[in-house]
Design a protein around this ligand. Structure first.
Ligand code: KIV
Length: 261
């Protein structure tokens, strides 16, 4: 059954929360079949699927398209839709864009940074919000770890608390020292979801392309569970050879189509 924000808050401290990103229907279906309770349709789609150099090139229309595809693949999974760069600049603009993502199939929206008035405005209009602090790819000048100095650590802690106080039900902690993630996790009553933030968060999120080994590069804190890019190249090579040698198609192949279980 699809989980709601209260279910995730109740999981804090009792059951670690696994989260994966997805951008397409078949991948979302496989993730739902693996019983992952929450999918993030992140604006990372711009870099890992669309070939942009930055997430800043992603538009609200791109997000609607991908959220729709993921919803069709994962009807019973909580979907978080990312508000792309510039779509949450003020409370009214953010509300219009968040409503578009919800209409496209998201159950909640995620936004980067301690944009308190915007979070409060969305929550007031019954849109569940996931916060995001630490490294903020939409505005970061580089991808270095955030929160190493005591001043910066205090600022990240303050931002996480402000995001919670504004009404967010979950917060992503990206690329911060493990000790800082541990402190934030023990102070906040809402779940923290780490990416490059160590083992003490309430849950972990990975970009699906990184976990699959699908693409050209992976951040150092990710884990590559497979190497799908290599498999695709092997399949393409084999197919090419079989076409050239006229081994494919053969008479024994059925084209009736099957559903794999
Ligand atoms: O856009 C995204 O996929 C994200 C994750 C890296 C947390 O924000």
């Amino acid at each position: 059954m699809k989980k709601n924000p209260q279910d995730f808050v109740a999981m804090k401290g009792s059951k670690p929360i696994p989260m994966l990103t997805a951008y397409t229907c078949p991948i979302a279906r496989s993730i739902e079949n693996a019983n992952i309770p929450v999918i993030l349709v992140g604006d990372t789609v711009g870099m890992v699927e669309m070939g942009f150099d930055s997430t800043r090139d992603v538009t609200i229309e791109h997000m609607e398209y991908h959220i729709g595809a993921v919803r069709r693949g994962a009807e019973n999974t909580h979907i978080i839709g990312d508000l792309p760069y510039g779509t949450d600049i003020d409370p009214e603009t953010a509300l219009t864009n968040a409503q578009r993502l919800i209409h496209a199939g998201a159950d909640s929206v995620k936004m980067e940074g301690p944009n308190i008035q915007v979070i409060q405005h969305l929550v007031k209009h019954n849109i569940p919000v996931v916060g995001h602090t630490g490294l903020l790819p939409q505005t970061a000048k580089n991808f270095k770890q955030v929160g190493q100095s005591s001043e910066e650590a205090a600022r990240v802690m303050k931002d996480a608390q402000a995001i919670w106080n504004a009404g967010a039900f979950m917060v992503v902690l990206e690329h911060i020292p493990y000790s800082l993630a541990n402190k934030i996790t023990s102070v906040l009553p809402i779940p923290t979801i780490g990416i490059g933030a160590g083992p003490d968060c309430d849950g972990q999120v990975l970009v699906i392309n990184d976990a699959l080994g699908l693409g050209d590069y992976w951040p150092p804190f990710s884990k590559q569970y497979a190497y799908i890019s290599k498999t695709i190249q092997e399949v393409a090579n084999e197919f090419s050879k079989e076409v050239e040698s006229m081994k494919f198609p053969s008479n024994i192949i059925s084209f009736t189509g099957t559903n794999r279980s």
